[in-house]
Design a protein around this ligand. Structure first.
Ligand SMILES: O=C(O)CCC(=O)C(=O)O
Ligand SMILES: [Fe+2]
Length: 279
């Protein structure tokens, strides 16, 4: 029987009583939909899944994304591979250890992701998620009213510059130029407002001077790093996390070097972010 155990008062819940390898029944799908809307990230333990089964599970929630740059499984372009280990993280390199919302540099960022742990270090390698509704609601009324009407530029270049050769980076930039999104986003399912700027990919607030933009952005992106807004998950092999990529940000802790950690992710396509109506 389906059962849910929250990890914190607002974000993160472990779900028991479902085998993700089997076709999902309608009542299970609506349970997951409702739980995800409320808890923003769901965790499932002991899910032995092939890549194809992970793809089939994720398809229940929408069309799947193929990441334009990341490595994937042979013959399964929807299964992105995150495999780190052996080497110490090079200075400035991006190992998902900066707070972010996945591919916010796309005009249509992801709706949700299904991430499975394939190989985990004996210690460390936890992932943290932040509740970006709570981050928005934690701002003062005066600041909320101001940021409600702002837009910001998102760009993959600063995050990937240190780990991608310059020629390749130029091609990526040409194919995915910077995009603009509202600083405050309305969630299409819950209708709630959330803070939609992140430390990895948001580069500028539109209409402000450079120093104004830098100062405000630094303040806003730091909200995801507030412990009160977070949950933290310790992985075991075959643990699965499903997160709503609209109202959460995440951070993969890189504390396990020189051990290896391998994850596989299937991602569901989202929609163009929409801001609150102008008053
Ligand atoms: O490896 C992780 O725990 C999360 C990595 C990440 O940022 C992602 O899968 O989007
Ligand atoms: Fe990510």
């Amino acid at each position: 029987v389906l059962d849910l155990v929250p990890l914190t008062p607002t974000i993160g819940a472990e779900v028991h009583g479902i085998d993700l390898a089997r076709p999902v029944e309608e009542k299970e799908r609506s349970f997951i939909d409702e739980a995800l809307a409320e808890w923003k990230v769901l965790f499932f333990r002991d899910q032995e899944l092939t890549g194809a089964q992970q793809v089939a599970f994720a398809r229940n929630f929408g069309e799947l994304e193929v990441h334009p740059f990341a490595p994937h499984l042979d013959g399964l372009p929807e299964v992105m591979v995150l495999d780190h280990g052996g080497e110490r993280v090079p200075e400035g390199a991006y190992r998902e250890n900066i707070w972010h919302s996945d591919v916010s540099w796309r005009a249509i960022p992801s709706q949700a992701s299904v991430l499975r742990a394939v190989e985990v270090p004996a210690l460390g390698g936890d992932t943290l998620w932040a509740d970006m509704y709570a981050a928005y609601e934690g701002l003062s009324a005066g600041l909320r009213a101001w940021v409600d009407g702002l837009r910001a530029v998102h760009d993959h270049l600063p995050a990937f510059a240190a780990s991608v050769p310059p020629e390749r980076l130029a091609a990526m930039r040409a194919e995915y130029p910077p995009v603009e999104h509202p600083v405050v986003r309305l969630h299409s399912v819950t209708g709630r407002k959330l803070l939609y700027v992140n430390d990895s990919f948001t580069t500028r607030i539109v209409g402000l001077s450079r120093p104004e933009s830098d100062a405000l952005l630094r303040f806003l992106v730091r909200q995801a790093a507030t412990p009160e807004y977070q949950c933290r998950f310790h992985w075991r092999e075959n643990s699965v996390a499903v997160w709503d990529n609209r109202c959460t940000q995440h951070y993969a802790n890189q504390d396990y070097w020189p051990a290896r950690r391998r994850m596989e992710r299937v991602t569901i396509i989202g929609e163009r972010p929409v801001g609150p109506p102008t008053p």
